[in-house]
Design a protein around this ligand. Sequence first.
Ligand SMILES: *Cc1c(COP(=O)(O)O)cnc(C)c1O
Length: 385
Amino acid sequence: MGQRPIYLDNQATTPLDPRVLTAMLPYFQKNFGNPGSQHRYGWEAAAAVKQAREILAAAIQAQPEEIIFTSGATEANNLALKGVAEAYLGRGKHLVTVQTEHSAVLEPCRYLESLGFEVTYLPVQDNGSLDLAQLQATLQKDTLLVSVMAANNEIGVLQPLAEIGRLCRQRGVLFHTDAAQALGKIPLDVEQMSIDLLSITAHKLYGPKGIGALYRRQRSPHVSLAPQLHGGGQEQGLRAGTLFVPQIVGFGQAVALALAEQSTEIPRQRALRERLWQGLQSLGGIYLNGDTEARLAGNLNVGIAGVKGTSLLLALQPYLALSSGSACSASNPRPSHVLMALGREESLARASLRFGLGRFTTEAEIDQALEILQKTILALRQDNV
Ligand SMILES: *Cc1c(COP(=O)(O)O)cnc(C)c1O
């Protein structure tokens, strides 16, 4: 077995930070208690959960009681969308989202359509960002909720959350954002951005898989939710099931680390991304997918002219761990729905690469990756003529 490929897929998932693992370990063994138990074991676990909840709440300017732990962002999105639809059944049947959303938003929306709800899937502009005038025009009297992601998982594009929030609040429409890619990477302020519901997950910021949370606004205007899991009444009856204490502790630690290191880490990743982009551009026929400025520091997504997408990925696979679209659609033979929404030609959408740089990406890895990319792309282009 040779060397493992360089990991450049941090938008699919991130490695666990060793400091997060250290924080988690006692809660698998010595402090194994159920936070619902009324004795010392339970109290120790409950105290750890409380601390993590406070860290998460503070990270987005929310109150601790506004945080509902879930198994991840997929479940948080499902609880937000289906929970609101069910809780406000009498009020309206119209929801608005965007064509470039993650499938964990699009699929619950399609499910709600099957139940009789009406969903508008807004297009995006060439740079991947939402047109606010178009959003405004689509709001109806019976619009219940608008769901727009904070940062896109394929092209890293950041949506104008504060403007969307202001518009929704003015019109009395609930605003949900899937912030799975954004937490710890851009400032999130549910108060200043008028966000009513926000989904997050630990494994996109060097925390463990299988733990996430939904922020649900409790202050006025209060947001109602219908639980999607019924049982022991945990999480204010909104999400039953014994809390997964080690994962929750890890989530808290991951968020604390991301916030503490943000000011040095974000510029570092942006500089590495620029280095990669400059190096790629020297090859010619390289097209940036998504906005140049309003994007995650660690994300680069490019279309490569003159090569076949499948050949490119296959040739790179032994050396570089990256993907074309999102990880969830890897087995999907269709080109990325996000790139198609940007108006990209299908062949160029297929011959696109998503680079997800992260906390453990080094300059030496970027230079190695560039060397491999240059060699591979030139060879494939030669074969094609
Ligand atoms: C990863 C991701 C999800 C899914 O999160 P899980 O915690 O894996 O369920 C949802 N939305 C976006 C934007 C993501 O990047």
